[in-house]
Write a protein that binds this ligand. Structure first.
Ligand SMILES: Cc1ncc(COP(=O)(O)O)c(C=O)c1O
Length: 435
């Protein structure tokens, strides 16, 4: 038994935590403390100089958050993780950890709206250029790379287009240029999909969605695979050169990367650099809540995907529905790739069009009873939204079309209720949408 690696359901429940000898607490305790008593002055000095690993201050690390980080890393077979206060903070840190003013990164253009705004507007103010490309062909990434490119970025399943790209092909392009591939896989974490299996180096998550799973806490994470050779070029001095904020410590050498060791240099640098300096720390309480969700992620994820498939099939044959954009359906252009990529199915978030355009979309949303009308995805409960009158209402009709938001689009995030109940609610709302 000892030689056989644990499966994902076991890891989700146990990785990173052993009951402590003082209390025997079986649940992961909430370490609601800002600071930690040092053994003596030498211990304190060693912790500050990174000569010893331990807790100093909760902005940097915390025992509850540590369990969450270890559990996320274990589920991916990665070397380390950094949990932060939101998915947006995780994305911002993943980019700025190794990119400075005057440099660029190449990104697929089918992005979550918040990420799009960060990349297009906010990072620009810091002199960092996002080069947007059509992610359906890895060659498009290749064409945009130049000597100032520092990473390649994309999302595992686009929202709302539900596109599933050739992620292995994109990773190969990045690696051929000595660049890491960073993927936002918020909508399909393991065991639905492990981005490290297709060549990704760094994964970012909004933990707010299916990982937390209950709509109770905002959080984000960066997970590192650990075998990217940051020292192969002089492009990543943030990781491989002496750090003036740690008395010239060379992290790449200290962690063994320079000697060919697999090591968590990316997330360690994000913690002791950006998290220390800008402080988007996850609160211990939120770490605890997200751990509660993570413990049942594998069984919830299976139920989400099974329900989504049945709901998509129901909608595709409904007389009040014009089209359904779900990669689990043979009608979707990326269906074959999706079925080969995602073990349980391509997630539970997708779009469909109601007959009758904008007004019918509005009537549909106002008629749902079991489904919740709100701006989130992958709560355990089924969620719906009409993007043209909400998330994208500030855009012109032309801009909405470019963003993949036609007036009749309904975005659904299929929950884990009894699927017959979800379908009955959608059916009555669709009938009302025609009136
Ligand atoms: C794919 C994706 N990435 C990142 C985020 C941002 O996460 P958060 O809201 O936790 O900051 C979201 C939020 O909806 C998302 O859908």
């Amino acid at each position: 038994m000892a030689d056989k690696p644990f499966g994902p359901q076991t890891l989700a429940l146990h990785a990173g935590h052993t009951p402590d000898s003082d209390t025997g607490s079986r649940a992961v305790p909430i370490h609601q403390t800002t600071s930690y008593v040092f053994h003596d002055t030498e211990h304190a000095a060693n912790l500050f100089a990174l000569k010893e690993i331990g807790y100093i201050y909760t902005r940097l690390s915390n025992p509850t958050t540590d369990v969450l980080e270890q559990r996320l890393a274990a589920l991916h077979g990665g070397v380390g993780a950094l949990a932060v206060s939101s998915g947006m903070a995780a994305i911002f840190y993943a980019i700025t950890n190794i990119i400075s003013a005057g440099q660029n990164f190449v990104t697929g253009s089918n992005l979550y709206g918040g990420t799009q705004t960060l990349f297009e507007h906010t990072l620009k103010r810091f002199g960092i250029e996002a080069r947007f490309v059509d992610s359906s062909d890895p060659a498009n990434f290749e064409a945009a790379i130049d000597e100032n490119t520092r990473l390649v970025y994309s999302e595992s399943i686009g929202n709302p287009r539900c596109n599933v790209d050739d992620l292995r092909g994109i990773a190969d392009v990045a690696h051929a240029h000595g660049l890491p591939f960073v993927l936002d896989s918020t909508v399909c974490p393991p065991p639905v999909f492990n981005p490290f299996d297709v060549g990704c180096d760094i994964v970012v998550y909004s933990l707010t969605k299916i990982i937390g799973g209950h709509g109770t806490a905002i959080g984000g994470a960066i997970v590192e695979k650990g075998d990217f050779n940051w020292g192969a070029s002089d492009r990543y001095p943030e990781l491989t050169a002496p750090d003036p904020t740690y008395n010239g410590l060379n992290l790449w050498e200290a962690l063994g990367g320079a000697d060919g060791k697999v090591c968590p240099v990316f997330v360690t640098k994000a913690r002791i650099g950006l998290l220390r300096d800008t402080g988007a720390a996850l609160s211990p309480m939120n770490s605890f809540l997200i751990i509660q969700g993570l413990e049942t992620l594998p069984i919830r994820a299976r139920q989400h995907c099974e329900n989504a498939q049945k709901v998509a099939q129901f909608l595709e044959t409904h007389y009040a529905v014009d089209w359904v954009n779900y990669a689990g359906l043979p009608s979707h252009k990326d269906h074959d790739r999706a079925m080969n990529t995602f073990s349980m199915g391509p997630g539970a978030v997708f779009g469909f069009g109601v007959k009758g355009g904008l007004e019918a979309g509005r009537r549909f949303i106002e008629s749902v009873k079991l489904c919740s009308h709100l701006a989130n995805i992958l709560d355990a409960k089924t969620l719906v939204i009409h993007p043209a009158t909400t998330t994208h209402s500030q855009s012109t009709p032309e801009e909405q079309m470019i963003a993949g938001v036609p007036p009749d689009l309904i975005r659904i995030s299929v929950g884990i209720e009894d699927v017959d109940d979800i379908i009955a609610d959608l059916d009555q709302a669709l009938v009302s949408s025609l009136k």
